[in-house]
Design a protein around this ligand. Structure first.
Ligand code: ATP
Ligand code: MG
Length: 353
């Protein structure tokens, strides 16, 4: 079984990435053939004028992932733009999707809103969702570990795969998803594998923790920075005293999403929730300190690994090796797709150096 997922190089990876996707990726290395992409072309949707920043962030995102436990021996981590089959499949898939279907995607609408793009976005912005279907399908991936916001994109991918298989591979109209490959379809119908916390709220207590919104606790943050950031979380109760009963619903008090997500000992979570709900001499500061300690415990081994990947050359070498492996399978898929769609005239090989 193959896995494909990735991140856009728009900044440093954060705790949302860990709980939403990367923790799953690390586990899946034991059970799946893993491909992880750095979606650098997609970063141009919002930062085309900052090409050199994107280049730097490619290395930083890859380094963060390595620190989080992605093992370059077992997983191929690669650059989207070094795998040309992805761009070619994007073009082909764009022909299979009605324009209005692409524009109806709720995550696309949310991103336009949150990123303040309104009517001022490039043609490439909605195209990235089609590109993402190609990222996944180029690897004929069966599973895609992602956060909740990505589920609509995976749904779009499933639609493209079904349409392609039916249009060009003779898969019957009513074929169940799991049988597409055995019925001759080029593409398996991939499933979204949402992490244990599908949407970690940012320290602003409002939006999803996000690289580009400045509301994140980054994987590279020092213990001191973590403390400062967690200290800023708004608990939704302005003048609560340690003896006042407090709100423990994570939807109303984001601090408790952090308690439930990062404090590993379930008894400790129950204790904090009970005392806080009753107002049993427990201030926000005490809860925040417990969260800070838990997060630092999680980040410590990642901080230690950072030394191993300190050099840009080491990271680039890993990305080149990963891109080589990625091209093998993506070229194979492209050839299969071109065959099916009567587009295959000649063969080719790709070499990176
Ligand atoms: P950007 O702000 O540029 O969109 P991002 O922080 O949303 O960046 P992405 O690169 O878009 O990060 O997402 C990479 C993966 O991490 C996706 O699978 C996404 O669903 C997941 N992810 C990102 N943020 C969170 C979060 N706060 N909670 C859970 N999963 C998340
Ligand atoms: Mg995002």
């Amino acid at each position: 079984m193959r896995v494909l997922t990735g991140d856009t190089p728009t900044g440093n990876l954060h705790l949302g990435h860990w709980v939403g996707s990367v923790k799953r990726r690390v586990q899946m290395q034991d059970t799946h053939e893993c491909y992880f992409l750095v979606a650098n072309m997609h970063a141009f949707t919002t930062r085309a004028d900052k090409a050199s920043d994107i280049r730097r962030d490619c290395i930083e995102v890859a380094r963060d992932a390595l620190c989080m436990g992605i093992d370059p021996e077992r997983s191929a981590m690669f650059l989207q733009t070094e795998v040309p089959a992805i761009a070619e499949l994007t073009y082909l898939f764009a022909m299979l999707l009605p324009y209005n279907r692409v524009m109806r995607n709720p995550t696309l609408k949310d991103e336009l809103e949150i990123k303040g793009l309104k009517d001022n976005y490039s043609f490439g912005f909605p195209l990235y969702t089609v590109g993402q279907t190609a990222d996944i399908l180029a690897f004929r991936a069966h599973a895609v570990p992602v956060g909740e916001d990505q589920v609509p994109h995976i749904e779009l991918t499933r639609e493209v795969a079904r349409r392609f298989n039916k249009m060009y591979c003779g898969v019957p109209d009513k074929a169940p998803d799991e049988e597409h490959e055995s019925l001759g379809g080029v593409f398996p119908i991939p499933v979204a594998d949402v992490g244990e916390v599908g949407r970690l709220v940012g320290i602003d207590g409002q939006n999803k923790m996000s690289k580009s919104l400045g509301n994140s606790v980054e994987i590279r943050d020092t213990a001191k920075q973590v403390k400062k950031k967690i200290g800023k979380i708004y608990t939704g109760q302005d003048s609560r005293q340690p003896d006042d009963p407090g709100e423990i619903d994570p939807a109303k008090n984001p601090l408790f999403q952090y308690v439930e997500t990062f404090i590993a000992d379930p008894d400790r979570v129950v204790e904090l929730r009970d005392r806080y709900a009753r107002g049993d001499n427990i201030g926000d500061g005490e809860v925040k300190m417990a969260v800070v300690d838990a997060i630092n415990e999680l980040l410590e081994p990642m901080r230690e690994r950072r030394e191993r990947y300190a050099s840009d050359d080491v990271v680039l070498e890993i990305l080149m090796e990963g891109s080589r492996k990625a091209n093998v399978i993506a070229e194979e898929t492209l050839a299969m797709a071109k065959d099916a769609a009567s587009l295959r005239f000649f063969d080719r090989t790709i070499e990176l150096s």
